[in-house]
Design a protein around this ligand. Structure first.
Ligand SMILES: C[S@@+](CC[C@H](N)C(=O)[O-])C[C@H]1O[C@@H](n2cnc3c(N)ncnc32)[C@H](O)[C@@H]1O
Length: 168
């Protein structure tokens, strides 16, 4: 915002929308479903979806909305839990060893319990294979132009990608 950009947040949770809008610097936050954003077509240069696409019930609707609000040449930056991590059995997700009892290619809901700074959090998210993301983006006019995998341990837990809205 200091650089002159207009920024708006979108969150469906009243609690989290209120928390985001009271942060410093304060940004306007729309209390809305990402699958039905009250924003004009082609109004955005950049959409950032950080650790949210895996938590949104209507994933296809949200990706379609991102494609709609991005102007041609605009970009989406996304981060999700790495599919290699979320494909694991829930009880091995935070251990040095890992086990896969179900097919990687099969999307499914999973529950992750995390404790950080003494705060216990439970995330209910969707595991999707990498192709699930790539195909949804392509179907909505976005092509991945950069990808990174990160996190310590034997396997990456973070997948970040940049996708460009192609002009057509
Ligand atoms: C794991 S949190 C990530 C929050 C933040 N982006 C971050 O990285 O710390 C996922 C966020 O997605 C929001 N969310 C889930 N479903 C949504 C939906 N259908 N529309 C808009 N936001 C949604 C949740 O309320 C929550 O704020």
């Amino acid at each position: 915002m200091k650089l002159g950009y207009r920024v708006v947040g979108v969150d469906r949770s009243p609690t989290l929308a209120a928390a985001a809008s009271s942060a410093r610097p304060a940004i306007p936050v729309l209390l809305a479903d990402a699958a039905a954003m009250p924003l004009r077509d082609r109004c955005a240069d950049l959409v950032v979806a950080c650790m949210s696409l895996l938590d949104i019930d209507d994933f296809d609707g949200a990706v379609s909305e991102i494609g709609r609000v991005l102007r041609p040449g605009g970009r989406l930056c996304l981060a999700v839990v790495h599919p290699f991590m979320s494909a694991q059995d829930e009880d091995t997700m935070h251990t040095p060893s890992f086990r896969f009892s179900r097919p990687y290619l099969e999307p499914r809901r999973y529950v992750d319990h995390v404790e950080r700074d003494g705060l216990a959090m439970t995330f209910t998210s969707m595991h999707r294979p990498l192709t699930g993301y790539v195909c949804a983006l392509a179907a909505n006019g976005m092509m991945i132009s950069a990808l990174s995998e990160g996190g310590g341990g034997n396997i990456p837990w973070l997948l970040a990608a940049r996708a460009d809205k192609i002009t057509r």
